[in-house]
Design a protein. Sequence first.
Length: 282
Amino acid sequence: MTALRPETAETPQADASVDEQGSGPISLHESIATLFASRGQWRQAYQHLRSALDLVHADQVEEPHVPEQLRREVDRLRREHAEAREQSLRDSLTDSYNRRYLDQRLMDMLTEHGTRRHGLAIALIDLDWFKQVNDTFGHLLGDRVLQRVVELLQQGLPEGAFCARYGGEEFVLVLPRVDATTAVEIAEDARERVERHAWTEIAPGLRVTVSAGLAYEPPADEAPERPAVSAEQQLLRADSLLYTAKQSGRNAVAYRADGRVRLAGAASGRRAITETRVLGYY
């Protein structure tokens, strides 16, 4: 017996009436999609329906008839695709966004129309003494701490802002379309929420704090002489400020204002610590 060619075995033959109707490739794809749908082969049906729709848009002719069951399955496949893409951009432990999403969004924000149209703040946040938490209470509880910290960091974020896991116990708050004062307030409020959280309800004796470095880039119209920076440069500046916060006693937000590094909130009265310089930092 002669073996069927792959394309013959995998693709059902459209009804001969298609040619008689003279409807061309669009009706051909529609008929094949319907045949696949009748067999429960929804993904193959979806592919042919997409081909039909592509031809419709290219030729600007009437859209093909789509059986209701096939339409429902297509909607389901679209939802599954959207959910799968969303999951690929999320950190599996904390459900915050991951480094991949962070890199993509920062690039989009910093290159929008080739100019800095809005203020953008990046806060690099690190849990203080997190190794001691793991060593004392175990890694399972440490995971719970990371999850709760993310929940606290995300509370009250303005529209368009998001939290992403940078790596290990480091997280990034990205705050677009804010001014410098608001950015400092948001970062300090997040730090304070973590400090004041009832950690002893998770484990007696547990205490968790975070330190943060906040790097702010003003809109181009506010600082026209200031050169645009890349996402990597702004993260480096945030990392330098995070180091200053750590060296200043931890549990603090470090930021730059009027050419000086400062600490926000309750930490503002601490003794100044020599700051780490980053090349090109204003």
